[in-house]
Structures are given as structure tokens and as C-alpha cells.
Write a protein that binds this ligand. Structure first.
Ligand code: API
Length: 261
């Protein structure tokens, strides 16, 4: 059975968008179908799937990682999702989108979009290891789990072909791991190994976790804006005085078609 899809990305974190307003196209979207859609050789290719299901008078973003696993939230994905809703479903900005991590508000920011990512949870010190080397890390949740580790050089984290080792007691459902270097005043750069997708060109919730961790390390006043460079571009993140994280970045729809994957 053929069905429509779109392809989009935010700072080269790329996604397959599946319109499914009444939830009848895909039923219970299987992990196997998600893996087939995300396969970069035999499928459409993507770091994840964004399924669009109507919920009341709004929309639910059903996010899945490339391995078929479910995640609570996807920061780059929700911008792409909002771009789809605006351009194809006629939704106006600002818009509220329901996710497994609660309702998020998306609005225009010039040619980009700003997502109110809600409250961060800073959950303490932990550590991550890659190829026998260990770094201290800060556990930050943006609805999904992150471990933020500062390095002297992004290359020292190695090829990141495997998930960095972490404390399973702290992260029983796995973890997204960000490696961060300082680039200047309120300016950092990161690499990320994403839970369920591997190393990606960007991670929106990861950029938020990195900005929160860096603001704490800097003892920066709330409302300070951080520039977060990712391999796929740049995101801007503010941790507000009323304890919300606002992330601004691009969201581009690049293709649409039909598939029977
Ligand atoms: N892999 C993440 C979800 C996608 C996060 C990332 N693509 C983003 O933009 O936030 C997890 O399992 O929590």
C-alpha cells in the first residue's frame, strides 16, 4: 500500500514525515517499518520518523528514532514538524504541538523557528566512556536523557561508531551523549551520539542540554543566549528567567513523495 511522505531537516538532523491525520494510514507504526524508512541505502533515509496524528483540534508528534525506538522528544524534529504543519496543513504560528514530553509551542523567528522546549531537569554528575577513556558528564533531561561531557578537542571522542559507555543505573533507557568544546564567550560546539540513531549532524534537545550545562558552568544569568555549533549548522538556545529553554534554528522541507515501504 503506497502512502505519502515528506523529507525534512533541521541543521542536517533529518527526518521522514508521515502524514497520518486520523491515524489510520499506519496504525501501530512498527519498529520494522521505521527502520526501513530510515535506511539510507534501501529506504528514504533519516535519523528518525515524525508521524503527524491529529489530537483533538491540534496535532501529536509521534517521534521514532532510526532504530525504531520511541523517544519522548525531538528538538530539531519538532521544528521540521511545525514547518510541515504550517506549509501542508495550514496551521498558523504560534502553534502548540503535543509530544510524549508534553505540549511545546513553536513560533516564527525570521526564516527560522523557535521552539519553547519547556523546563530542563539537571539531574547530577555522571560519566561517559569511549574506547577506554572516561569523561565526567552532567545528566540533563529535556524530556529525553542527555549526558553532556566537555572535551578539549571534539576529535578526542573518536569515531563514535558505538554508543558511549554510560551508567545503566542512571540511564536505564539509554542516553544521548554530547561532547562539547568551548569556542568563545557564550559559544560552544558539539558532537552527539544519539540514542537510537548513532552519531548525527545535530541534536536539538542535545543543544538545549549543552546550553543548560554551559550556563551552569559559567554561572551565567538566566536569559543568556548561547550559540551552539553542530556539524550540520548552528542553533541558538536561551534558558529563560522563568526556567524554560527556547531553541531557535532552521527547518527545511526538501522533498515529498509516496512510498510502499
Ligand atoms: N535520539 C533522541 C531523540 C531525538 C533527539 C534529536 N534528534 C533532537 O533533535 O532532539 C532520543 O532517543 O532521546
Amino acid at each position: 500500500m503506497s502512502y505519502p511522505f515528506l523529507k525534512g531537516h533541521g541543521t542536517e538532523n533529518d527526518f521522514v514525515v508521515l502524514p497520518d491525520a486520523d491515524g489510520t494510514v499506519h496504525g501501530d507504526l512498527s519498529a520494522e517499518r521505521v527502520r526501513a524508512l530510515c535506511d539510507r541505502r534501501s529506504g528514504i533515509g533519516g535519523d528518525g520518523v515524525l508521524r503527524a496524528v491529529r489530537e483533538g483540534d491540534g496535532w501529536f508528534m509521534d517521534y521514532r528514532n532510526a532504530d525504531g525506538s520511541v523517544s519522548e522528544m525531538c528538538g530539531n524534529g519538532i521544528r521540521v514538524f511545525a514547518r510541515y504543519l504550517h506549509e501542508r496543513e495550514g496551521e498558523a504560528f504560534p502553534m502548540r504541538i503535543t509530544t510524549r514530553a508534553g505540549v511545546k509551542v513553536l513560533d516564527r523567528a525570521g526564516d527560522e523557528l523557535t521552539a519553547d522546549m519547556g523546563r530542563p531537569e539537571v539531574l547530577g554528575e555522571t560519566e561517559v566512556s569511549v574506547m577506554g577513556r572516561t569523561w565526567p558528564a552532567l545528566h540533563v533531561s529535556m524530556g529525553n536523557p542527555h549526558a553532556v561531557a566537555y572535551v578539549d578537542n571534539l576529535a578526542e571522542a573518536g569515531p563514535l561508531l558505538e554508543p558511549p559507555e554510560h551508567d545503566d543505573a542512571v540511564f536505564p533507557e539509554g542516553v544521548n551523549v554530547e561532547f562539547v568544546v568551548r569556542r568563545g564567550e557564550r559559544h560552544v560546539a558539539m558532537r552527539v551520539h544519539e540514542r537510537g540513531s548513532g552519531e548525527t549532524r545535530s541534536c536539538g534537545t542535545g543543544a538545549c542540554a549543552v546550553a543548560v550545562a554551559t550556563a551552569l558552568a559559567d554561572d551565567a544569568p538566566r536569559g543568556t543566549s548561547y550559540r551552539v555549533d553542530v556539524p550540520g549548522g548552528t542553533l541558538h538556545v536561551v534558558w529563560t528567567e522563568d526556567d524554560r529553554v527556547l531553541m531557535t534554528g532552521p527547518a527545511v522541507l526538501v522533498a515529498e513523495g509516496v512510498t510502499d515501504l
